[in-house]
Design a binder for this molecule. Structure first.
Ligand SMILES: *Cc1c(COP(=O)(O)O)cnc(C)c1O
Length: 488
């Protein structure tokens, strides 16, 4: 078939139709045979870039040639996040309805910046985020907006908190006019918190990392003393970021204990539940919302554990007027006759142009229903608990962070080998060997200073057998490493 010309004419559309069918077949084959591929890509750094031409083509190229290169040059450089033996990081799970909706999103190519540029994208986002709010048990009074990532959503919350704490002085006059503002989170909080602190202009030296307890939860007593010390030194505490489900070890900060302190001192409380938030669709996991009445903003990622393709982050805020005031800019060319009667999501965060991300969420929520989604997450939680129990009972292995939801951390700890530095090295070797095998993919964590392997369950297609096979692989891989360590 001829290369594409300018688009829009019937000949091009005919080609588009044929290519689209071809790709759908490839997509279904990919998902069907994904287990035959190594989970983590095996390419070396520079290998992909080195195989590609150094400049863009001058003349149009044929679709067949582009697609052949996709298969031959690009696919080997993919790490397969949708592989059911993907236990690294947190899941970024997708699902067939989400993929189909993404095809439509790309085709209609909306820019959902103001109501008028896409009434459907705006109003579907309002409706679907309220469905989602009810599904996760957030009380009335929280209003949602989709952001690209939790990092960005937390940044937006920090900016709103900054303005509340400075009476809008930072937005108006800059930091020099405002008191010194301080930020708090646990030492287990996600790295995006520090990044956001820098970007929002607080300054890294005004971020307090509060130590956590044995269960990896922020210690409220230490938070209280840090806040009091800052106030005594003339600073104004602006925001506490509490985490539900910390990234390394799955700790849960107490919203009640942290929230009472925030209420006492008039501090914005933001909750980062990026991963764990999806589990709130299970009524039996709502314990983590105890104290939600103290919370000003709450973020979680349907793009992690709710079968919705990356990117799709749900941010909920309580005082939407104050939030929108931080971001609204009255540009003449963006004014429309609907005025205040509609929501213009450009005023709800950093981006002006926004993708139509509510569509895939709508497809997912309708295709599975609340009960279908609950069954999947419940299965993941049960699988993680079961395998953590088996590992805990196995001589020579040790749990460093017990299973919380679908995450735990373990390490190899052969009897008689107690040197921490050697144990760290042994477990690093184990991790690399597991990942090099291509049969599973894990990442590492430090739990209370000890190097461990994170076991995170949550890919849509992960079943009992994948988790059991991973555990068998761990035992098999550990055998020769233990022998080597004993000989050394
Ligand atoms: C994954 C994660 C993030 C970052 O999520 P992005 O959407 O990639 O920015 C933030 N916080 C926690 C607790 C996470 O697990």
């Amino acid at each position: 078939m001829a290369p594409y010309r300018q688009g829009g004419n019937s000949l091009d559309n005919e080609a588009f139709r044929a290519h689209a069918h071809q790709l759908v077949d490839w997509m279904a084959d990919y998902l069907e045979t994904i287990e035959e591929r190594p989970v983590r890509s095996r390419v070396a750094p520079g290998e992909i870039a080195g195989a590609l031409p150094p400049a863009a083509p001058g003349k149009p190229e044929d679709f067949a040639a582009i697609f052949r290169d996709f298969e031959q040059q690009i696919v080997p450089g993919l790490t397969h996040w949708q592989h059911p033996s993907f236990f690294a990081y947190f899941p970024a799970n997708s699902s067939p309805p989400s993929v189909l909706a993404e095809m439509l999103t790309a085709t209609v190519a909306q820019v959902a910046m103001i109501w008028q540029t896409s009434p459907a994208a705006t109003e579907l986002e309002q409706v679907v985020l309220d469905w989602l709010r009810q599904m996760i048990g957030l009380p009335d009074g929280f209003t949602g907006v989709i952001q690209d990532t939790a990092s960005t959503a937390t940044l937006a919350a920090m900016i709103a908190a900054r303005e509340r704490a400075s009476d809008s002085l930072v937005n108006d006059l800059g930091f020099r006019a405002a008191p010194r503002l301080t930020v708090y989170c646990s030492a287990e909080a996600h790295s995006s918190v520090e990044k956001d602190v820098r970007i929002a202009g607080f300054g890294r030296s005004n971020l307090r990392l509060i130590d956590s307890d044995d269960a990896f939860a922020m210690r409220p007593d230490l938070l209280a003393s840090a806040i009091e010390a800052d106030i005594a030194a003339g600073a104004r505490p602006a925001i506490v970021v509490a985490t539900l489900g910390t990234t390394a070890a799955g700790g849960f900060d107490s919203l009640r204990a942290v929230g009472e302190l925030c209420a006492r001192h008039g501090i914005w409380l933001h909750v980062d539940a990026a991963w764990a938030g999806s589990a709130l669709i299970l009524p039996e996991q709502r314990w983590m919302l105890d104290g939600i009445e103290f919370v000003d903003s709450f973020v979680f990622n349907p793009h992690k554990w709710l079968l919705t393709n990356f990117d799709c982050t749900a941010l909920y805020v309580r005082d939407t007027d104050q939030f929108v005031d931080c971001f609204a800019i009255d540009a003449a060319y963006l004014r429309t006759r609907e005025g205040d009667r509609v929501t213009n999501y450009r005023d709800w965060g950093i981006q002006l142009g926004r993708r139509f991300r509510a569509l895939k969420l709508w497809f997912v929520l309708r295709s599975y229903g609340l009960e279908g989604l609950q069954a999947i997450i419940r299965r993941h939680v049960a699988l993680a608990g079961k395998i953590a129990g088996e590992i805990a009972r196995e001589p020579g292995f040790e749990i460093l962070a017990p299973a919380r939801l679908a995450l735990f951390v373990f390490r190899l700890h052969p009897p008689g080998l107690d040197d921490e530095a050697r144990l760290d090295r042994l477990n690093e070797q184990l991790l690399e060997a597991l990942n090099d095998s291509g049969q599973a993919y894990f990442t590492q964590a430090r739990a209370k200073g000890r190097y461990g392997i994170r076991f995170s369950v949550g890919q849509t297609a992960t079943e009992d057998r994948h988790v059991e096979e991973a555990w068998a692989l761990i035992r098999e891989t550990a055998g020769p490493l233990i022998a080597e360590a004993e000989a050394a």
